[in-house]
Design a protein around this ligand. Structure first.
Ligand code: G3P
Ligand code: MG
Length: 408
């Protein structure tokens, strides 16, 4: 056994690792900006055929607090140059800002090349970069600025629409002052009498957990019931039973993207909190009430990304492979392919289901490890069975390294 003390392993159906185990002595490590990508004096003498993908909330941090043994777990991997990425359904800030923040919180050097947020894949959606997009969610207009940093040129927020037309949502009047500081004038007015010059939305992106569910629900509903995304109009197709989906979203309305499906997530409060998935469920409820819903053969057409969905794991795997190549630069031989990726998460519905169902085009085995420091709590049966259940992130790293026979 490479790591001492494994005899203290307590096995249940899937095996639960106990805590408090000494880490083997580490080799020394030097830092600089993109520090761990810099080839150190001694190029790697061997290449780990395994790597890690770490969820953030409930695994490394609980809101603003780092979890106790997260630093040790990540430093051990960096010292042994075992590649890892951070793969979160969170977001709401630019990757560089979040990486800086996490590096400080965890006292571990991190880099955007090893970091995937829920909306990071939106950066690849070039087809909308010169169109007008509605960006929803997050604090203030942070998500607008993230979208602009991805290259989206015409970004509108519900706050912009509300500031220009407060009557669009009568119940947030007390929030007019809240929105003013970060709202921007609309690129076009809402003028249904001249649809050609009225504000038209070409795509809706929910980047992060909405703060004002009422306003955001109203605006999204208005756009989806409009003619071709032109705000202030109503599509004549709506409710036409001869049409597919009873004519709803059949009249050039914009696509609706959600970046994160999480109904629940682990924040500072001792019980899981509603996430972006909660907002989506609420919106689906309103949509069903307005359209007649499933009973009437109507669904809300949408694209939901984020864990457990395949596009996010594909995106993350690409990132991990290129980060691994950088990390092992200087290695004499061929670094070979990744044999296994350990996905360490706290949420069975996203982290575990995602890794369990991901079939890698590279034949890499994605092994899921469930920790008990977040959404999932000890003793309950996880909705999706992980490869292993452990106490916390350090237990996960130790168990995986032992599985791989990694000796330091
Ligand atoms: O909003 C973030 C939450 O949904 C979960 O984030 O890091 O646990 O995937 P994470
Ligand atoms: Mg989590």
């Amino acid at each position: 056994m490479p790591i001492s003390g494994l005899s203290r392993l307590v096995s249940t159906s899937r095996g639960v690792l106990s805590r408090h185990r000494a880490l083997p002595p580490c080799t020394s490590y030097r830092t600089s900006h993109r520090r761990f990508l810099q080839p150190v004096a001694t190029p790697p003498t061997r290449t780990p055929e395994f790597a890690f993908a770490f969820d953030i909330d409930g695994v490394l941090v609980r809101s603003s607090d780092a979890l106790p043994r997260a630093h040790k777990a990540l430093s051990y991997l960096q010292t042994n140059r075992i590649p890892f990425i951070l793969l979160t359904n969170g977001g709401g800030k630019h990757e560089s800002e979040r990486v800086e923040e996490l590096s400080r919180k965890l006292s571990v050097p991190l880099d955007t090349s090893m970091f995937v947020q829920s909306h990071t894949p939106f950066a690849d959606m070039d087809e909308y970069k010169n169109k007008t997009v509605l960006v929803v969610g997050g604090d203030g207009d942070k998500c607008r600025r993230v979208a602009e940093s991805y290259g989206f040129k015409n970004v509108v927020t519900p706050g912009d629409i509300f500031t220009a037309y407060p009557d669009v949502w009568p119940f947030s009047r007390q929030w007019v002052e809240y929105y003013k500081p970060f709202s921007r004038p609309l690129p076009k007015p809402i003028d249904p009498s001249s649809p050609d010059t009225s504000l038209k939305i070409d795509a809706i992106f929910v980047y992060n957990d909405p703060r004002d569910w009422g306003l955001d629900t109203q605006i999204i509903k208005d756009v989806l019931l409009s003619h071709q995304g032109i705000l202030g109009t109503l599509s004549e197709s709506n409710g036409k039973s001869a049409l597919r989906n009873k004519g709803y979203q059949q009249d050039g309305q914009p696509p609706l993207y959600f970046s994160n499906p999480d109904l629940l997530w682990a924040a500072k409060y001792h019980l899981p909190r509603l996430g972006q998935g909660g907002f989506r469920e609420a919106l689906e409820g309103v949509w069903a009430a307005v359209t007649g819903g499933k009973d009437n053969g109507v669904e809300l057409k949408k694209i939901v990304m984020g864990k457990p969905h395949r596009p996010t794991y594909q995106f993350a795997e690409k990132r991990l492979i290129s980060h691994r190549r950088d990390l092992l630069a200087g290695y004499e031989g061929d670094v070979g392919n990744l044999k296994r990726v350990y996905m360490v998460g706290d949420n069975p519905e996203s982290d575990i289901l995602g890794a369990n169902s991901y079939e890698s085009p590279h034949g890499t085995d994605w092994a899921s490890i469930l920790v008990q420091t977040g959404v999932y709590t000890a003793g309950s049966v996880p909705a999706h069975e992980p490869r292993m259940v452990v106490g916390d992130v350090l237990d996960a790293v130790q168990w995986a390294a032992a599985e791989e026979g990694w000796r330091t």
